[in-house]
Design a protein around this ligand. Sequence first.
Ligand code: SAH
Ligand code: SF4
Ligand code: F3S
Length: 488
Amino acid sequence: MNDVRAHLTVYGCQMNRLDAELVAERLRRSGARIVADSAAANVLLFLTCSVRAHAEDRLFSNIGALGARKRREPDLVIGVLGCTAQQYGEDLRRKAPLVDVVCGPGRLADLPALLERARRGQPAAALDPRRTPAGAGGFDASDRALDDLELGRPLGGPSPGHAYVTVMRGCDNFCAYCVVPQVRGPERSRPPSVVLAEVCGLGDAGARRVTLLGQAVNKYEAEENGRRWDLADLLAATAEMPGLARLEFITNHPRHVTERLAAVFRDVPAVAPYLHMPAQAGSDAVLARMKRGYTAREYEGRVAMIRQARPDVAVASDFIVGFPGETEADFDATCDMVRRLRFSGAFVFKYSPRPGTYAAAHYEDDVPAREKRRRNQVLLDLVQGIALEDNRALVGKTVPAFVEGPSPHPHLDVDAEEPARGEDFPRGPYGPRRRAEGNSGVVQLRARTPHNRIVVFDGPADLAGCIVPVRIVRASALTLFGERVTAG
Ligand code: SAH
Ligand code: SF4
Ligand code: F3S
């Protein structure tokens, strides 16, 4: 595989960004190289997301656009990895005939063998068993292979000094709209000893910020040497990592937020005061049809429990607008919830029916596209109006900012959390780097406050991975603008 030059484009959530590191590690071990420039590659890999139709459409149009190049370079190998690969399985090649390799998210360790076959001119696929809500087993071998890659990878996470760590794979919640349980398989918590060994290794390699990942991370449950562990136990043990300054965990399911988890915010100083706990809707009728397993009141009770333990915890949410049967009154209930709870931020998505989900099979997608767009905008405006008020209250204050690197959108006031397009892996040079005037080597840096707010300020690029005090001088809804506070 020494002559493989692979380029990797990543779509989707944090889990896919971590999977990109695993793919890179697997290819490196087999002698292949990862190249940042897709034009220089002879293998093009797409790590995909199927959560909304939009993400898939982008993938298929990007692959379709490669037709001319594939005719010019007949040896070019195109691989689709991750959730969309698992969703379509072998059918993917019927939809996108240019694709040579199809590899599900559980089978990334098989990638070199698949590429070898494809380079001999044979299409190749590795997929997990199809699952039903009744569950499916048989993931042990592939999980061990993924563990091996995850444990062996160098620190090369989302930004310098920041590492993602899997604590749970899969999902058993089967929310009516969601494709994740069928593409990521059944819920499996990794043993605490494995998670902690990984965290220690990353700490030795220089990680100062760790984000524990799971689709419902707070359902974490494991038993080892006769001791039972939940997420609160795991967070407390992870926080012991020498040098760890910031510990986060995403994403939380409201049903499984407990007093024990709330207490962690109060008792474990390394745990950041930030809780991503998607509500999805504020109407009980919609929540029931979504099969979320809680009412709006119960959700608010969870927020209250967290804020009682630590009043300043920033609670962030996701919402889906235009879910089947969502009336104007239902939507108003969501807006009322946002006004009452004052989320620090929220992603708002228009409902997109996904094949194989309960909602696609049982509910009519009956909210017109225009109405979905309108509700999306109304809710976003509301969320951002509140965020703007809360951000303005921070002007004049000094916050410890974890520096991620040069600002990807120096002139734009946007949050680039969800990749709108596929991102290159490793992330290419961030957008146009604005140089602060008359100060060579100084760029606009992007950092995160403990509450996960974005703060930008001018400073040397080599501050990436450090925590520095920044005084907030101006605020918009999505971004704080600051100045570095230096001693003397
Ligand atoms: N495990 C996470 C969510 C993963 S998917 C959780 O439970 O919170 C990320 C977000 O995409 C979800 O929170 C939801 O808001 C949105 N989403 C999922 N399926 C969707 C669909 N079919 N249409 C629109 N948005 C969807
Ligand atoms: Fe999807 Fe629900 Fe699982 Fe989140 S908890 S991944 S929304 S099924
Ligand atoms: Fe993540 Fe998308 Fe898969 S949200 S789990 S990459 S379907």
